[in-house]
Structures are given as structure tokens and as C-alpha cells.
Design a protein around this ligand. Structure first.
Ligand code: ADP
Ligand code: MG
Length: 400
């Protein structure tokens, strides 16, 4: 971490800076439906402008797979950026080429130019050196403020960063500083709450915490797979059958040879359908009928998990604990969120992340500031707190 150059200390007067943003915003019939990812990069742009630089913003939108897809254009972002920055924002219809080069060359200090979606060019996702060289020719320095994309070795994230003096953007610095509190000498006990669905995407973080952490608490559909692995009937619950052997192996290894303790639910909220809040009841694991689905953690489990949180000094929470979009099945997530707010208030490090987890916070109107840090990362956050090296962060350390 210490090898990264701080953007605040950089002298960039009169320089042209390439800023990699991670916009990828939801678009609704050509207009930006949620501006939060654009707002998030504003402090970094402003800092660059205050330093006397001109700024060329690079970003991607969606997955056009190397082709021009007009619905995935970055153009609708121009008025939003312009309004947020309080200055005109120019636009280049392609991320490379002669016309773009002319627009870049004409950019005077204090001005901002947004380039078209990098992923319209197939060379971006291939980490193509020629593409990176062309982008590098547009600027004197490179700033990465796209944490959400840092687990991807794409040209604008990796090869480009190696070609120019490179810096972390303010947002990225926040992510790295806060997430490092989990991976570098964390205060203990260190606890992971891992939940939601798609166990495969969460196995590396479970493995890492089993090895380096003290407690792993499982919830959601992931817990259902563990409940099945522990030999209980799980009815019509969402279970990833292919992963039952993997879950059984994790249960075997937990609590041994210095491994963390793995906690599975003691009880669940079972319902006739995960789509409706009706007919739900709390049941012990032995009592889950064959026509019922486990849709949330039961109260005894929430209480047990709350006790462990109260004893913990560092907690990472990823994944809603139940089918939270049905309000009746958001109870355990609410309880645990509130317990985590209390933990953060008493000084524990509480890190929260995950796309659906953030949707849950929004649904309930829970303020990000009530936790130590809420990561925007998703996959990048999971990789970081799994102790993996992120290609784009490695590249930043290796800049010219
Ligand atoms: P995140 O995006 O925060 O990493 P995930 O995508 O892994 O979280 O999981 C969120 C999804 O898991 C939500 O759609 C939620 O409804 C679902 N989920 C949580 N608990 C259950 C459950 N018991 N049964 C089925 N789906 C569940
Ligand atoms: Mg998700």
C-alpha cells in the first residue's frame, strides 16, 4: 500500500491527466437513472482541476463485447457530469482515433473531456498493449478511481497504468485504506458474515476467513447449502446442490488446525413461497417441512450471530441474510445491520459490501455513515477481502 503515490501530493499543473472512472451507470431510455457513481468521482476531478490539470475521463458502460452498441454510449453522462462539476464537459464519440486525438490536444487546463465507452473497442478487455499505448499518448499521468473494476486486467486498468506515472483516485484510496483494515493486521476477533446467493462467488472469501479469521457466519441461500450439507432436510429452499460436498468439506475443516469457527443457522424462517410474506414461521433445522422454503434466518440464529458481532473487533458483511425484497423476510438483515451499527459506534471496524447488500441498505434507508465503510466494490471487494492481488492495483504500484 505504501508504494502508491498519493494524488494529493502530485504536482500536475498544466498536465493532461487520464482519469479512469467506473461509471457503468443504470440507463433508462437514454438518461441516467442513478447518478451516485458519477457523483463519487467528482471530488477526484475537482482535485485535478484545482491542481491546474486538464482531465480526460475514460470509463466503460455495460458489456458491449467489443462492438459499438448505441444504447451503451457514455454520451448521456455528459449533462450529468457537467452539472455536478459546474463546468462544460466535452465528449469524444470514440475512445481512440484521429478525431479524438485532436480533441485531446485542444484541451486546455481546467477543461474536461469524456471519451466514449472503452468497451466498444475489443482491445480494452484483451489488455491490448497497442490500445494502451494509444490511450497513454493522450496524457502525462494516469489516475485510477474505478475500484469496482480493479479485479479486471483490462487495458485501461492494467497496461495503461504501467505506461504513465500513476495515482490512486480519492475514492480508490478510501477503498484500499478501509479494506486493508481487514487484510493487514486486523483487530480481532475477525468475523465474516457471508450470505446471499451464488456460493461459488463467495467460496474464496469463506476459505480466506477460515484460514485467517476467527468466525464465519453464513446466511441466505448460502446457508441453505450448508444446512443440507449438515444433513438436514431443506424442503423447497434455494439450494446449490452441486456445492453440498464443498460445504460439507468446509464444515469438516472449520474449527480445526487453527481454522475459524463456521456458524450455520440454528433456526430459519420457513414459508410456503419465497415470493409472498404469508404463512411464514420460525422453525428449528429439524422441523423444515418438505413443502417449505427457508427465506430468512430465524430469531435464535439472529441472536447468536448478534452475540458474536458484539464480541468482534472487525466484521465484514457481504450478502443479505434473507429474501429481503419481501419486507417480511428482511427481519434478520435488519437485526444484523442494527447490531453492526452498534458495533461500529463502539469502535469496531465494520465493512459492508455487495450489490444486493447495498440495495438492502437503500431499501431500509440505512445510512452508509453508520458503518466504518461501505464498499462500492462487489466482485472487487470480495477479491480484496479474500487476500487476492487485484491486477489494477498491482499495475498502479508498477507505474513509470
Ligand atoms: P450481494 O450482491 O450483496 O453480494 P448476493 O447477490 O450474493 O448478494 O445475494 C443476494 C440475493 O440472495 C438476493 O436476491 C436475495 O433475495 C437472495 N437470498 C437471500 N437469502 C435467500 C434465501 N434464503 N433463499 C433464496 N434467496 C435468498
Ligand atoms: Mg448480488
Amino acid at each position: 500500500m505504501s508504494t502508491f503515490r498519493a494524488l494529493r501530493d502530485a504536482s500536475l499543473d498544466g498536465k493532461r491527466v487520464l482519469l479512469r472512472a467506473g461509471f457503468d451507470v443504470p440507463l433508462d431510455r437514454g438518461s441516467v437513472a442513478d447518478t451516485s457513481r458519477i457523483e463519487a468521482v467528482v471530488p477526484t476531478v475537482q482535485l485535478l482541476l484545482e491542481k491546474g490539470a486538464s482531465v480526460v475521463i475514460l470509463s466503460h458502460q455495460d458489456r458491449p463485447k467489443g462492438k459499438v452498441v448505441p444504447e451503451m454510449s457514455q454520451k448521456p453522462l455528459v449533462p450529468v457530469l457537467s452539472k455536478l462539476l459546474g463546468t462544460e464537459v466535452l465528449f469524444a464519440e470514440s475512445c481512440t482515433g484521429a478525431e479524438t486525438k485532436m480533441k485531446v490536444d485542444a484541451l486546455t487546463p481546467g477543461r474536461v473531456l469524456l471519451l466514449e465507452n472503452l468497451r466498444f473497442d475489443p482491445r480494452e478487455e484483451k489488455n491490448d498493449e497497442g490500445f494502451a499505448a494509444e490511450l497513454a499518448s493522450y496524457g502525462d499521468a494516469y489516475v485510477n478511481d474505478a475500484f469496482t473494476n480493479c479485479h479486471r486486467a483490462h487495458a485501461s486498468m492494467d497496461a495503461l497504468a504501467r505506461r504513465l506515472p500513476s495515482y490512486m483516485g480519492l475514492q480508490l484510496e478510501q477503498e484500499v485504506t478501509n479494506l486493508s483494515r481487514v487484510t493487514e493486521n486486523p483487530a480481532r476477533p475477525l468475523t465474516l458474515i457471508v450470505s446471499g446467493a451464488k456460493i461459488e462467488t463467495k467460496l474464496p472469501v469463506i476459505e480466506y476467513f477460515l484460514k485467517t479469521g476467527d468466525n464465519v457466519l453464513v446466511g441466505g441461500a448460502i446457508a441453505n447449502t450448508f444446512i443440507a450439507a449438515a444433513g438436514f432436510g431443506i424442503g423447497i429452499s434455494l439450494v446449490e446442490k452441486d456445492f453440498i460436498p464443498v460445504a460439507a468439506d468446509l464444515l469438516q475443516r472449520a474449527g480445526r488446525d487453527g481454522n475459524a469457527t463456521l456458524h450455520i443457522p440454528l433456526d430459519v424462517i420457513a414459508a410456503p413461497s419465497p415470493e409472498s410474506g404469508e404463512g411464514a414461521e420460525a422453525l428449528p433445522l429439524e422441523g423444515i417441512a418438505s413443502d417449505r422454503a427457508a427465506v430468512d434466518l430465524g430469531p435464535a440464529t439472529a441472536e447468536r450471530y448478534a452475540e458474536i458481532i458484539r464480541e468482534s473487533k472487525t466484521v465484514v458483511w457481504n450478502g443479505p441474510l434473507g429474501v429481503f425484497r419481501v419486507p417480511a423476510f428482511a427481519e434478520a438483515s435488519r437485526r444484523i445491520a442494527s447490531e453492526l451499527q452498534t458495533a461500529a459506534a463502539r469502535g469496531a471496524t465494520v465493512i459492508v459490501g455487495g450489490g444486493d447488500t447495498l440495495d438492502f441498505l437503500a431499501q431500509e434507508g440505512i445510512e452508509y455513515s453508520s458503518f466504518t465503510f461501505v464498499s462500492t466494490g462487489g466482485g472487487a471487494m470480495l477479491d480484496f477481502v479474500s487476500g487476492k492481488k487485484l491486477p489494477a492495483l498491482e499495475a498502479l504500484g508498477a507505474g513509470a
